[in-house]
Design a protein around this ligand. Structure first.
Ligand SMILES: Nc1ncnc2c1ncn2[C@@H]1O[C@H](COP(=O)(O)OP(=O)(O)OP(=O)(O)O)[C@@H](O)[C@H]1O
Ligand SMILES: [Mg+2]
Length: 293
């Protein structure tokens, strides 16, 4: 398992696609807390870069730097060919960097088409006769969702009636329609069941196939591996590996995420604490599975 950290500019196995973003030894601290340090990663057009890490690993901090919420204070961040230090989400959006957060900012009672065009409504007529072009907005919403393979019964239905997975998909379709070049998804599958997660993973691939560079943040290597081209593993704000898919297997990714040695230590600790409880058995089983190879 060779880390590609030292060859971060290597691109794909064949001709490297154009870089949309590159973070080089980027870091960020909040007061005394080092939230991120020495992190290097790339985002390329038509590729999915996965960011994996446990709670507090620095995943959200990384997104905030890319999406313009909090500027970095170490290293360099290059977006669309120029070094940047965003000071507002607007500057990121203007370059086509769109973030879809887990707690989606949707208005539940509004119909799907209104949410799709929220803040960018189409109008018709001019002067005192200017009004919302409802028919066109509905038609475009329907078409765009269909093109992404999303089959909603009716774009008139309130967003609140959609499942979590469908809402994520609408948000992805929206970002694609409004011309995003980079799509950042913050744990889009965290609250979803197996089937719904599968649906969202499929739209990640749709966005990729349309040429977007996707940043997919997740805890789950089983979600990341099938769709990802590159994998950045974060732990306590530091990179513990940056791999191309050809250099890492799902088992290796899972083992590194789980921290095999730490799990083993925990199992021993629990055993030393007393009875051979169910918890110990469970942890041991997990350690066994993780360390299988
Ligand atoms: N605004 C802030 N002020 C102070 N410390 C912060 C702030 N934001 C994040 N941190 C700290 O930075 C570290 C990384 O946090 P971050 O939110 O990036 O982790 P995460 O990987 O997104 O975790 P989770 O999976 O729980 O969302 C944590 O120790 C956190 O407490
Ligand atoms: Mg987070």
């Amino acid at each position: 398992m060779d880390s590609t950290k030292s060859q971060a500019g290597g691109g794909a196995d064949t001709a490297p696609p154009p870089h949309l973003l590159r973070l080089d030894k980027v870091g960020k601290h909040y007061g005394n807390v080092i939230a991120l340090h020495d992190v290097t990663m790339d985002v390329e057009a038509g590729r999915v870069t996965c960011v994996l890490g446990d709670n507090g690993a620095g995943k959200s901090t990384l997104i905030k730097i890319i999406a313009g919420l909090h500027p970095h204070d170490e290293g360099t961040f290059t977006a669309l060919g120029e070094e940047r230090r965003f000071t507002s989400p607007r500057s990121a959006l203007d370059l086509g960097i769109a973030a879809v957060y887990q707690d989606l900012a949707v208005v539940s009672l509004m119909p799907v088409w209104r949410n799709f065009f929220l803040g960018s409504e189409l109008t018709t007529g001019s002067g005192p006769f200017r009004r919302l072009d409802v028919a066109r907005m509905k038609e475009i919403t329907k078409r765009e969702l269909q093109e992404m393979g999303i089959d909603l019964r009716d774009v008139e239905q309130p967003v609140g009636q959609l499942s979590g997975g469908e809402r994520q998909c609408v948000a992805i379709a929206r970002a694609v329609y409004f011309g995003a070049k980079v799509l950042i998804l913050d744990e889009p599958t965290a609250a979803l069941g197996v089937k719904q997660s599968g649906v969202v993973l499929r739209y990640i691939l749709q966005a990729r196939d349309r040429g977007l560079g996707v940043v997919f943040i997740t805890h789950n290597p089983h979600h990341a591996y099938p769709v990802g081209d590159r994998f950045l593993l974060l732990k306590r704000g530091r990179s513990i590996g940056y791999y191309k898919k050809s250099d890492v297997t799902l088992d290796q990714l899972t083992a590194q995420m789980a921290g095999g040695a730490e799990l083993e230590e925990l199992a021993q600790e629990l055993e030393a604490m007393g009875s051979h409880s169910e918890v110990v058995a469970e942890v041991e089983a997990e350690v066994g599975a993780t360390l299988r190879d």
